[in-house]
Ligand binder design. Structure first.
Ligand code: FDA
Length: 582
C-alpha cells in the first residue's frame, strides 16, 4: 500500500494518556504523530481530581506552573457533602483530598506537588499545546481504521474525517490511547475482563452557587432528594470553577435510554439546588458509560495500549485520568530507550507487568468505593417513605435513633477510603518486573498488614517510587525535591559522602554508550546537595557511600549498599539488566 507518513511512534488518541505520552516522547527527542477522531480536545470537563503522582509526571515536563494557573487549589476541594438539596438539610460531610487536619502532613510529606482540581477540558489543550511546541505532530478529525503489525514495523490505516481520504502510516510502534472503546485494543483481540456498568448522565452548567459553597468548599456535593420519581435520588454537583460552573450528574430512575428534554433537565436542576432564584445556564448535557474492566494484556507485538483503553472504572477516588498520565510516563522512557537502541525491545513488555497490577487495583478500588456510596444512599432511604423514616430516626432521642446516627456516621466514614486515600494514589509498586533489579541479598519491605489504600509505602527497594524529600545546593539556594534531581529522561545515580566511585561509574558508562547520559548526584555533608532535613540518611536504604539508581520515571531500578572497587562493572550489569540487554 502507498504510505503517506513514516514516524517512529504513532499515537491514537489525544486525551490525557496520548497527549502525556506524546509530550514526554518529544522531550526525549522521539517524534510522534498523535491523532484524534474528534475535532479538538475534550469539550466537556470530564475527569477533574488531579493527584500528586500525576502532577509529578507533568512537573517533570515543566508544566506545573502553567497547570497551577488554571487549576482550583486544594482548599476549594476541602469537603464532600451529602444533602437533600444544596439549600436544604445536610446529612453529613467529609474532609477530602488531603484536607483532613490530622492527615494534611502526610500529603505534604508524600510529594513536592499538591492535589488540585483540574478539569480535563482545561488540562488537554495545555498538554497538546506543549506537545506541539516540542515537535509533536497532531491531527484532529482523523480516525484509526486498521492496523497491520509486520514484525519490524506497523502499518496503520487512517481516515481524514473531513475529506474522507484514507492513508497509511508506517511506524516503529503504535500506541492505542484511544479511550474506553479502544478500537486498537479490539484490533489486537486482547480480552477485557469485567463488565460495563451503567450510563451516567452529566449536565454542564453555569450557576452562581457561592452562597451554598462558601462555608463548606468542596468539589463533590451529593444531592439525595427523593422528590422526582423519574430521577434516581442520588446526583452530584461537581465543581468545575468555584463556584459558578458545575457538572451535575443526574440519573434517570429506571430507563437507561431515557433522553430527557432541556425542560426536564432544568426542572431537575432547580429541584436539586432547591432555590428557584438561581440563574442556570445549561452549556451541554452528555451521557457516558461507567465500566469495571481491565484488559488482560497491554501490548501485543509492536502495539501498546495505555489509559482507559486498558482500565475503565467509576470516577470514585478520582483515579481515571491520573492513572492514564502515570501509564504514559511509564511507557515514554521505555519507548525512547528502545528506539534509541539503548534498551532491548523486551523492556516494552514491562508495560503490562508493571502497569496492569496498578490498573487492577485502581479498578477494584473505584468499584468498592461505589458500593460504599450505595450503602450510604440506601441507609438514608431512596424513596420518599424510606427517607421520612430515616430522617425521623436521625432526629429521635430513642435507642433506635442513636443506632441510626451511629450507622450514618459509619457509612460516611467508609467514604474515607475514597476521599483520604493517599496510598492508592501514590503506591505503584513494580514487583516482578524485568525493568528493576534487586541484589540477591536485598530484602523487599514486608507489606503484610500494611494499608496500601491509605498509607504510602516508602522504600528505595527496586520497583518502588523514589521517596520525595527536600534538598538544597547550599544554605542560600532554594530547596528542591530529590525527584527534580532525577527524571527528565535520565537514569540518575544517587549517592552520599564517600560515594565518588558511583559518580565516576555513571560518568564512565555515559562515555561508553552514546546517548545514555546518566546523571549522578551526591547528597550529604559537603556533597552536591545538602540533606537539609536529614531525610536521605533516613530513607536511602543504603550506607552513605552506597547507591540508589533511579529510572527516568522516578522509580528505583537498583541499589547497592556500599561503595565498591567494582562500581563501574556493578552499575553496568545493573543497567544492562534493567534495560533488558543482559
Ligand atoms: P480519552 O477517552 O480521554 O481519550 C481518547 C482519545 O482517543 C480521544 O482523543 C479520542 O478522540 C481518541 N479516539 C478514540 N477512538 C479513536 C479512533 N478510532 N480513532 C482516532 N482517535 C480515537 N472520569 C472521571 O473521573 N470523572 C468524570 O466525571 C468523568 N466524566 C467523563 C465524561 C465523559 C463524557 C467521558 C468520555 C469520560 C469521563 N471520565 C470521567 C473518564 C475520563 O475522562 C477518562 O478516565 C480519561 O479521559 C481517559 O483518558 P484517555 O486518554 O485514556 O482516553
Amino acid at each position: 500500500p502507498k504510505i503517506d507518513d513514516t514516524v517512529p511512534v504513532l499515537i491514537i488518541g489525544a486525551g490525557p494518556a496520548g497527549a502525556t505520552l506524546a509530550l514526554h516522547l518529544a522531550r526525549l527527542n522521539i517524534k510522534s504523530l498523535m491523532i484524534s477522531r474528534h475535532s479538538g480536545t475534550a469539550n466537556t470537563p470530564r475527569a477533574h481530581i488531579f493527584n500528586q503522582r500525576a502532577m509529578e509526571v507533568l512537573r517533570d515536563a515543566g508544566l506545573e506552573p502553567r497547570l497551577e494557573e488554571v487549576a482550583s487549589p486544594a482548599h476549594h476541594m476541602q469537603h464532600t457533602s451529602w444533602s437533600n438539596t444544596l439549600n436544604g438539610d445536610e446529612y453529613g460531610r467529609m474532609w477530602s483530598w488531603g484536607s483532613k487536619p490530622s492527615e494534611k502532613h502526610r500529603y505534604e510529606m508524600a510529594s513536592p506537588c499538591v492535589m488540585s482540581d483540574l478539569p480535563q477540558s482545561l488540562l488537554e489543550p495545555i498538554l497538546v499545546d506543549e506537545g506541539i511546541k516540542h515537535g509533536v505532530t497532531v491531527r484532529f478529525s482523523t480516525e484509526f481504521e486498521r492496523l497491520e503489525d509486520h514484525g519490524d514495523y506497523v502499518l496503520t490505516l487512517l481516515r481524514d474525517r473531513k475529506t474522507e481520504r484514507r492513508y497509511w502510516v508506517r511506524s516503529q510502534y503504535l500506541v492505542g490511547a484511544d479511550g474506553a472503546r479502544s478500537s486498537v485494543l479490539n484490533a489486537l483481540e486482547i480480552p477485557v475482563d469485567g463488565k460495563q456498568l451503567n450510563n451516567a448522565f452529566n449536565v454542564h452548567i453555569k450557576a452562581d452557587l457561592t452562597k451554598y459553597m462558601v462555608n463548606r468548599p468542596g468539589s463533590l456535593n451529593w444531592i439525595l432528594n427523593t422528590d422526582a420519581p423519574e430521577w434516581s435520588a442520588a446526583g452530584n454537583f461537581r465543581m468545575v470553577r468555584p463556584w459558578n460552573e458545575w457538572v451535575v450528574s443526574m440519573h434517570p430512575a429506571s430507563d437507561q435510554t431515557f433522553e430527557p428534554t432541556m425542560k426536564q433537565i432544568d426542572s431537575r436542576l432547580r429541584q436539586m439546588i432547591g432555590d428557584d432564584s438561581v440563574n442556570i445556564e445549561i452549556l451541554s448535557s452528555f451521557r457516558w458509560t461507567i465500566n469495571d474492566q481491565v484488559a488482560r494484556s497491554w501490548q501485543k507485538g509492536r502495539v501498546l495500549c495505555i489509559g482507559d483503553a486498558v482500565h475503565r472504572h467509576p470516577p470514585i477516588n478520582g483515579l481515571g485520568s491520573n492513572t492514564c498520565i502515570s501509564d504514559a510516563f511509564n511507557l515514554a522512557w521505555k519507548l525512547a530507550y528502545v528506539l534509541k537502541g539503548l534498551a532491548g525491545s523486551e523492556l516494552l513488555q514491562t508495560l503490562t507487568t508493571e502497569r496492569k497490577p496498578v490498573g487492577d487495583a485502581v479498578v477494584r478500588r473505584a468499584n468498592d468505593g461505589m458500593l460504599a456510596h450505595r450503602r450510604l444512599w440506601a441507609l438514608l432511604g431512596l424513596t420518599p417513605h424510606d427517607r421520612d423514616q430515616a430522617v425521623n430516626l436521625l432526629k429521635a432521642t430513642t435507642h433506635e435513633g442513636r443506632e441510626m446516627r451511629a450507622r450514618l456516621r459509619k457509612a460516611l466514614e467508609a467514604t474515607d477510603a475514597e476521599l483520604q486515600a493517599l496510598g492508592i494514589q501514590m503506591n505503584q509498586i513494580y514487583s516482578n518486573s524485568a525493568a528493576v533489579y534487586a541484589e540477591q541479598d536485598d530484602r523487599a519491605p514486608d507489606l503484610n498488614g500494611f494499608d496500601l489504600l491509605k498509607e504510602v509505602a516508602i522504600s528505595t527497594y527496586p520497583g518502588y517510587h523514589l521517596p520525595h524529600f527536600w534538598v538544597a545546593a547550599n544554605g542560600q539556594s532554594p530547596r528542591t525535591s530529590v525527584l527534580d534531581l532525577c527524571g527528565h529522561g535520565h537514569f540518575t545515580v544517587l549517592t552520599g559522602v564517600g560515594g565518588e566511585c558511583w559518580k565516576h561509574a555513571a560518568s564512565e558508562l555515559s562515555q561508553e554508550v552514546a546517548d545514555l547520559d546518566m546523571k549522578a548526584v551526591s547528597i550529604g555533608y559537603d556533597c552536591d546537595y545538602m540533606d537539609c532535613y536529614h531525610d536521605w540518611g533516613r530513607l536511602s536504604g543504603v550506607e552513605e557511600d552506597g547507591v540508589v539508581l533511579v529510572r527516568p520515571d522516578h522509580f528505583v531500578a537498583w541499589r547497592f549498599p556500599t561503595s565498591s572497587a567494582d562500581a563501574t562493572s556493578l552499575l553496568r550489569s545493573a543497567m544492562l539488566r534493567v534495560l533488558c540487554r543482559a
